[in-house]
Design a binder for this molecule. Structure first.
Ligand SMILES: Nc1ncnc2c1ncn2[C@@H]1O[C@H](COP(=O)(O)OP(=O)(O)O)[C@@H](O)[C@H]1O
Ligand SMILES: [Mg+2]
Length: 402
């Protein structure tokens, strides 16, 4: 079983690269599904599928080639399948505020429903052994980051709030129904949530198991894109989801010597080097800009050849965690595995939300989580093979809440 996520900013090439990888996996003989969470679905366009076929399948996997399926989640179908009772209650609740029925139904689509639906599929496919390989074409970075935090957030919700709500509904319900017009959720609402939660059970373990799941971040060699990629890198590391490659897509080919592109080429080279610096020791794979849009099976095959060459695209392109965040007694610690044991002095430099670490010739640039960036004191110590960086005196939300 292998799950590979492709994440990155909109337009960098996630859908094309997911499809290309899926094609290669299927050719290698693995039963593969490429799933898309991007609302601007384009998997079906890339494979040139007829509208009719999509309409018939409504969010279910579509067989497109030997061993290869694609699946584009359709939120309205998902509501029907998984969220009916929850959605019904929420729309009813919203309508009591005087909202128009159609608007209420639309607003009752909560952020996260699509992502949870996707997690349900992952769990089902893994547990039922339905596919050998799951490739995920994630939504643009911001949303895919929210998606990885869902299992943790849900667990909290179910354990704390949900029990409280349920008890409240039981005791307050009959009274409230007589006094106010606000509908109180019925048993079917709670049962539906509980049922959903049951089916999500264990998915967080699948996501953080590096033998099964790895993330590949896709970027273009440009300043703005790279910054967002660093941020994604930090979040995936915070959630302990392993990143095994960075793909730098749309690199202008060297054969292009038109004066007009000279500056573009130079700046791309600069940001390619920067990427290696930021993400080392995770390998960076440059992929050149094709002559035209990447459409259709042959073009996608070429793309996968460009990315992986002779490497196995399902292999673990990098093993190990380059760094790890640990929170202990309200304080944050960053633990970085050094490739060598060094007696050289450690030099730390914090510039706004970035920390630059130098140990001899070793240099690492780490983007800091917001809580940590506010720290007043930063100290480092070598502990065995790890360099531990301690942050103190930052803004601590938990303390503030008290
Ligand atoms: N290496 C490349 N060379 C040429 N065109 C590319 C390349 N990678 C992606 N594209 C094109 O860029 C557009 C956006 O790619 P897409 O995969 O849809 O990005 P995303 O899913 O990240 O939004 C598509 O038209 C795609 O064909
Ligand atoms: Mg896309």
């Amino acid at each position: 079983m292998r799950i590979v996520f492709y994440a990155g900013k909109g337009g960098v090439g996630k859908t094309s690269i997911s499809a290309a990888t899926g094609i290669k996996a299927a050719e290698m003989g693995y039963k593969t599904v490429v799933m898309s969470l991007d609302v601007a679905h384009s998997l079906s366009d890339i494979f040139d599928l007829q509208r009719g076929l999509l309409d018939q399948n409504k969010g279910k996997p579509i067989h497109v080639h030997k061993n290869l399926w694609i699946q584009e989640l359709d939120i309205h179908e998902e509501i029907d399948r998984n969220w009916r009772d929850i959605h019904k209650y929420l729309s009813m609740l919203l309508r009591t505020t005087g909202l128009d029925e159609i608007l209420a139904e639309e607003l009752a689509i909560l952020p996260g429903m699509e992502e949870v639906s996707l997690l349900l599929y992952i769990n089902r496919y893994v547990k039922g052994n339905e596919f050998d390989v799951i490739i995920l074409d994630c939504a643009p970075t911001g949303e895919s980051i929210r998606f990885i935090s869902i299992p943790t957030a849900l667990e909290w919700y179910i354990k704390k709030l949900f029990k409280m709500e349920k008890t409240l509904a039981k005791y307050v319900g009959p009274v409230a129904r007589r006094v106010y017009d606000v509908p109180i959720p019925g048993d079917e609402y709670f049962d539906a949530i509980e049922y959903l939660f049951d089916r999500l059970n264990g998915v967080d373990q699948i996501l953080i198991d590096p033998k099964i799941t790895t993330v590949r971040l896709i970027a273009n060699p440009e300043k703005v894109v790279l910054k967002e990629t660093q941020r994604a890198f930090m979040y995936f590391s915070l959630y302990r989801i392993h990143i095994d490659a960075i793909i730098m897509n749309r690199v202008l080919p060297e054969s292009l010597n038109d004066q007009y592109f000279q500056q573009w080429r130079e700046s791309q080279q600069y940001y390619l080097e920067k990427a290696k610096e930021y993400f080392s020791p995770i390998p960076v794979f440059p992929v050149k800009l094709f002559r035209e849009e990447v459409l259709g099976y042959e073009s996608l095959r070429k793309l996968s050849k460009q990315i992986y060459g002779d490497k196995n695209p399902l292999g673990h392109l990098f093993e190990g965690e380059p760094y790890r965040w640990i929170k202990e007694n309200g304080e944050y610690r960053l633990s970085i595995r050094l490739p060598f044991a060094s007696k050289d002095g450690v030099e730390l430099n914090k510039i706004s939300d970035e920390l630059i670490i130098r140990v001899g010739a070793f240099k690492r640039q780490v983007l800091l989580p917001r809580h940590v960036a506010a720290a007043k004191s930063v100290k480092a110590r070598l502990e065995g093979q790890d360099l531990c960086v301690y942050f103190k005196g930052g803004e601590d939300h938990e303390q503030k809440r008290k």
